[in-house]
Design a protein around this ligand. Sequence first.
Ligand code: A2P
Length: 347
Amino acid sequence: MGLSVAIVGATGAVGVEFMQVLEARGFPVDRLTLLASPRSAGSKLPFKGRDITVEVLTEDSFKGHDLALFSAGSSVSKKYRQACTDSGCLMVDNSSAFRMEDGVPLVVPEINPADAAKAFRKNGGKGVIANPNCVTIIALMAVAPLHRAIPVKRLLAATYQAASGAGHAAMVELQEGTRAALDGRPFEPKVLPLPYAFNLFPHNSPWIDAEGYCEEEIKLSKEGRKILGDPAFNASATCVRVPVLRAHSEALNIEFTAPVSPEWAYGILRSAPGVRVVEDRARNRWPMPLDVAGADDVQVGRIRTDKSQPNTLDLWVVGDQLLKGAALNAVQCAEVAFFGALAPNRR
Ligand code: A2P
């Protein structure tokens, strides 16, 4: 018996990936409803070899559904949460709306799967599971297995974040802005706050606080504590938007509470689920966003001792923002909640 599944934000960058992930992982879908704004009502999107018509999202959209995957922004998630959960439909939400709410599990299924399953049972199938921020998911896929063995004292992160994190329109803006720059034509950015082609700038979060941090940089600490269930987890980040289409890269500097070595970290990460160590020194190949685009696994490499600080390692981690950073993680949350196990990753 399959499930009735609704996708909210089906025409967006993550929405389209939800469909591909459901299909590729063999998620048992009996009925799929695609929901978006009136702008795209009537358009068609392919699923399992047939076209499905996109419908306008309304409060009645969730009736008769078991699962709703949301990726249409926080305001849409807040507006439709009640209608969704009142319909007996499990909401897996990719926005930041409920991540820090007590009672709402924030889940990376390889790290804290029990949180998803517990919340689902407690709410009788009427709950919300929050999908963490993409930078947090990708960093913790590498950090959590190490932290479990020897607790992390402090994590420093510098991120190289792709356009996809700002949605489909930002990906188009990167392509069109780059074409205009190459042609020497003027180009007015509409989605991102600054010229994007051949440029870097701090993450375009809606605010920078009095201490100079943007919202994205604070999420890593706050969400990390909740996912790891460890109030002592400490992180500081500098989040930067880079002209890459869909995979985030992160340089992590991790200080542990006891001595560590690169060999120890490689050993743990080689057997960590959802992680692939990629390192070919002879060919000078390491995890790269172009290779990771379309991959389920997060790739890790360049693990080395930080000689400036005791008990500290540097590493490089790259994950597909639309997959493990968003759609794949959300579908995995549903797998754990409904079936108690994860389907295998593709690559
Ligand atoms: P639409 O394409 O009709 O605007 P992205 O993250 O790539 O920017 O995509 C956002 C997704 O959220 C799109 O599918 C968009 O639909 C959808 N969306 C935005 N606002 C609403 C809304 N008020 N109601 C339903 N869907 C919305």
